[in-house]
Design a protein around this ligand. Structure first.
Ligand SMILES: [Zn+2]
Length: 381
């Protein structure tokens, strides 16, 4: 009995000894890798990427605790635009045997983002389609897949895919807005192919999906300017009804509708529409000139309606006296006209001289807003 007790005590002591020894070893190993890790970081900060990468790659071969670090490092490389390095890091991770399933999915997701950022859309699509079967990656994968179809201009795929997504919002935009935008993009492909009937059919589909699809009304207005001005007016009315700011955005096309047709009944309809829809914030030099020339006897009605806008009065005075003397007036009018309108993205702040439906910087749809010189310049008076 005593012998058995001695053997049990001996085994216990030996177990404690070996356990303690292995803990000490692990902790000293961690310390070594920790020092290596900081050396790697140092190289990274000094832009010695190759040396940093070598250290981090060595670490990953032996110590699973650095996996998170490598995921972060891969992300840094991607943000710096060094996609080949980001891809290498994530592929390295994935080549590890016995990789934890969670880490494997995360690495695959990061790798798909690398391929996406590098413009290798087919490769990122393949990974995302597989990964989206995992519930915790579903929403992010859907967002990236849709963006992949947008950036590769595969509008049919984008339409089908967004119809299949159950979420109400994708990248903070409703699927109705997205699908109608994809139809509008598709309509431009038909336009460039001179297939006007198909263009119009697709634009009507956009309106079926989204009754407030300003872009479809705008395109239908523009495509009818030369051949069917009455229909163009109808679409213009629908466009302005959706959002009156299109008086500003489409002012040049509105003037074009008048100049191309030289039809007094069309001009009357334009005049009435502009007069009824204009407001202080919607003064437009192009429309002002159309309104004054259409009804020179009573220009005051339009000007009076917009008189709270300081640029209306200023433009009115300059325009009416432009033939009086020096070229100063006409130069100043040109200056105001050319700089009157600019655009900025309400999501990321990107600014531009022209209107676009998708922000080229953050890829948001319908986030580009017009801003007039009246909003950008304060005049004390
Ligand atoms: Zn933006």
């Amino acid at each position: 009995m005593i012998e058995i007790l001695i053997i049990v005590i001996f085994i216990a002591i030996m177990s404690i000894y070996f356990f303690t020894k292995s803990s000490v070893n692990e902790s000293s190993t961690a310390n070594i890798y920790s020092a290596e890790y900081y050396r790697g970081l140092n190289y990274l900060l000094n832009n010695e990427d190759d040396k940093a990468l070598k250290i981090f790659t060595d670490l990953i071969d032996v110590d699973s605790s650095t996996i998170e670090t490598h995921l972060a490092l891969g992300g840094v490389y991607r943000r710096r635009g060094e996609f080949d390095k980001a891809i290498l890091i994530h592929q390295n991770l994935l080549s590890r045997p016995n990789l934890d399933k969670g880490i494997k999915n995360q690495s695959l997701y990061e790798l798909s983002k690398d391929f996406f950022a590098a413009g290798l859309y087919d490769k990122s699509e393949k990974i995302l389609l597989n990964l989206k079967t995992n519930k915790s990656y579903q929403d992010s994968c859907n967002e990236y897949l849709l963006l992949t179809y947008e950036l590769s201009k595969d509008w049919d795929k984008a339409i089908d895919f967004s119809k299949s997504i159950k979420s109400d919002l994708i990248r903070n935009t409703t699927s109705e807005i997205l699908i109608s935008q994809y139809y509008c993009e598709k309509s431009l492909d038909y336009y460039n192919d001179n297939q006007l009937n198909k263009m119009i059919t697709v634009l009507k589909k956009a309106i079926d999906v989204n009754k407030n699809c300003a872009r479809a009304y705008k395109l239908l207005f523009e495509v009818n300017i030369d051949n069917n001005p009455s229909l163009a007016i109808d679409y213009l009315k629908s466009l302005v009804k959706v959002d009156s700011k299109f008086l500003l955005i489409s002012s040049k096309e509105i003037v074009k509708l008048s100049s191309r047709n030289k039809d007094s009944s069309i001009d009357k309809k334009i005049y009435d529409l502009v007069l009824s829809a204009s407001s202080t914030s919607l003064f437009s030099p192009d429309l002002y000139e159309f309104m004054i020339n259409y009804n020179s006897e009573d220009s005051s009605e339009y000007v009076l309606k917009l008189s709270n806008n300081v640029f209306t009065k200023m433009y009115d005075n300059l325009y009416l006296s432009k033939n009086d003397n020096s070229s100063f007036q006409s130069d100043f009018l040109t200056l105001i006209r050319d700089n009157y309108l600019s655009f900025s993205c309400s999501t990321c702040g990107y600014t531009s001289k022209s209107h676009t439906w998708q922000c080229p910087s953050c890829n948001s749809w319908e986030s580009i807003e017009p801003s007039t010189i009246s909003e950008r310049v304060t005049i004390n008076g």
